[in-house]
Design a protein around this ligand. Structure first.
Ligand code: GAP
Length: 562
């Protein structure tokens, strides 16, 4: 039930995104292309705001972070050194029945979303074999929903095998996964246990590794000698340019390099709208720190997380911080930033990866998760990567990545903390967070349903709607255009004179515009001089209106959007 509600909510959100010009399927007139999405007029503004706020908070508002903008295609050896050529893979299986490709580690997740998976889970709660309901389903709806499932293709044989198991205590499936495999297997003696295709129930092939990098060729001739890759992350360019940035920026460790840009991954199963796309953008920071031995040498002792009383005092970096404290500091900084753009802390979760889940180079990784309607999923990963990347590039290129620390009078390869966020996932989180349905009065005061996108004013695509009360009164229109021109150099304004004022408010509510300014007859001084040059300022969320002098609009609004 909850799952159906979440699916319906996502459908409404996807539909609003299309209708209001937030996000469209790429190349839609040709049927779209799976895993690629375009941002429409409102989406493009939203995305620019998010990237601008990230950049401003990290690069402009700090002395210890500097920016970089590198190319998407780099020397292919970068990806050999980083390990991506050899290990940036996902396990993939093909369905022998419907021929679809499936990421093997996502089978159960995908199956839980499919009507046939949900039907069997309901008929056999907890994976307990229920002969009669299964038999009925397999002769009815199951034929259409799971045509590749062994139970559907050979009902008698599969049920006979399960009946025989039922007669032998302890041999029946104990979990839903085991039951699904049983129902997908026709002849265990020849195929072993079959894992079902989430799409049709057919037999999946054993997994094979599939490299996620998109390949291309540089130059007019396609050959193995000029293969290059579209970058699967922006981070590697930062490591490769570490020395250049160090020399030209005159930064001293600890310091960071930030980059925003496109990344490409040939995901086996792009899904959940833009959440897992094949082309997306990342906002990555590589923050270089002293190795703990150097901190100990300089500060006497290294502050560790256990020495500190909670995370509240982690706002001012200290010279005795070891990597653990820097890592937690960046987790806190990033959560504070998400809060500043309207994602409440309660909508986020910190997931500290278990030692067995860590990538081989990571000392610790925290995923910041957002509670999407389709599940609580990763928004950003913050990894303590030690000196793995710089050392790899040093070994492979033969160029030193060492830093001479004047204070410590020592040379070392800096260690790194990497907060790595996905722009598109964040946009999706902001959209899901903003989406609200409520009731609002129409022009006659009758309550009608409204969709309102409660974007934080900082990220809202349009900041202010400007409306002349009537479009056929030139003096109102003249004044409204003057207000628009006054505001426009400082914030994004949408001027709208079409239709009843209530409908215009409603359109801006759906676009997530936090403020509305209406120019009426009072503005012209027709009701008395005291109201002349005042307008109504409407708040999207409370729908309250107040009279404000035109001169006061900018001082009122600017602090709210910056
Ligand atoms: N440099 C580290 C790195 O790339 P990652 O966890 O693979 O780490 C970082 O990616 C972030 O990039 C993720 O938290 C997510 O927000 C975003 N991301 C990764 N793959 C994505 C995809 N296929 N579609 C959209 N965003 C993705």
């Amino acid at each position: 039930m909850a799952e159906r509600k979440a699916t319906e909510l996502m459908e409404r959100i996807v539909s609003l995104c299309k209708r209001r010009g937030l996000i469209y399927p790429s190349s839609e007139i040709y049927g779209g292309i799976n895993g690629f999405w375009d941002y429409g007029p409102l989406g493009a503004e939203l995305k620019r705001n998010v990237k601008e706020l990230w950049w401003r908070s990290l690069v402009h508002h700090r002395d210890d972070v500097t920016g970089l903008e590198a190319t998407i295609i780099m020397h292919p050896t970068v990806w050999k050194a980083s390990g991506h050529v050899d290990t940036f893979t996902d396990p993939m299986s093909t369905c022998r029945h419907c021929k679809k490709l499936v990421r093997t580690d996502q089978v159960w997740e995908l199956l839980a979303e499919q009507p046939w998976g949900q039907a069997i889970a309901k008929l056999c709660p907890g994976g307990q074999y229920q002969r009669q309901p299964l038999w009925q389903w397999a002769r009815g709806k199951g034929i259409r929903l799971a045509p590749g499932l062994a139970l559907i293709c050979n009902l008698d044989a599969v049920l006979a095998r399960l009946d025989a198991k039922a007669a032998q205590p302890g041999t029946l499936p104990q979990t839903p996964e085991q039951l699904f495999c049983e129902l997908a297997t026709l002849d265990p003696a020849t195929t072993g246990q079959v894992t079902p295709c989430p799409h049709c129930g057919g037999e999946l092939t054993p997994p094979r590794r599939f490299n996620l990098m998109f390949k291309t060729n540089v130059g007019p001739v396609e050959s193995d000698d000029n293969v290059a890759y579209l970058r699967p992350e922006t981070a590697q360019a930062i490591f490769v340019q570490f020395k250049n940035v160090l020399e030209t920026s005159r930064q001293r460790v600890p310091f960071g390099i930030a980059q925003i840009g496109k990344a490409f991954r040939n995901e086996v199963t792009p899904r959940n709208f833009t959440f897992r796309s094949r082309e997306f953008e990342q906002m990555e920071l590589e923050f270089f720190i002293r190795p703990d031995e150097v901190v100990a040498q300089l500060a006497g002792a290294v502050a560790r997380l256990a020495d500190l009383n909670g995370a509240a005092n982690l706002t001012q970096p200290q010279p005795n911080w070891g990597w653990e404290v820097w890592h937690k500091y960046w987790v806190e900084e990033r959560i504070r930033w998400y809060e500043s753009i309207g994602l409440p802390r309660t909508s986020l979760e910190e997931y500290w990866q278990k030692p067995e889940e860590l990538a081989h180079y990571a000392k610790a990784t925290v995923d910041i998760l957002y509670k999407f309607p389709f599940g609580t999923q990763e928004l950003e990963g913050i990894a303590a990567r030690g000196d793995f990347d710089l050392t790899q590039h040093q070994k492979t290129s033969g160029k030193s990545m060492e830093y001479f620390d004047e204070e410590a009078k020592a040379k070392y390869v800096p260690h790194v903390i990497e907060p790595s966020a996905g722009v598109d996932r964040l946009i999706l989180a902001l959209i899901c967070n903003a989406y609200t349905e409520d009731l609002a009065p129409d022009d006659k005061g009758k309550l009608e349903p409204r969709i309102v996108m409660r974007f934080h004013p900082r990220v809202a695509p349009i900041k202010v709607g400007v409306f002349p009360l009537l479009k056929n009164r030139p003096e109102l229109v003249r004044k409204a255009l003057a207000v628009r021109d006054l505001l426009r150099p400082h914030l994004t304004v949408f001027y709208d004179d079409a239709g009843a004022i209530g409908r215009r408010y409603r359109r801006q509510d759906e676009a997530g515009t936090p403020f509305g300014v209406t120019i009426d007859f009072d503005t012209l001084g027709e009701q008395g001089p005291e109201l002349q040059d005042t307008v109504t300022l409407r708040d999207r969320d409370t729908m309250k209106q107040e009279r404000v002098k035109i001169d006061e609009l900018l001082p009122r609004l600017l602090p709210l959007i910056r």
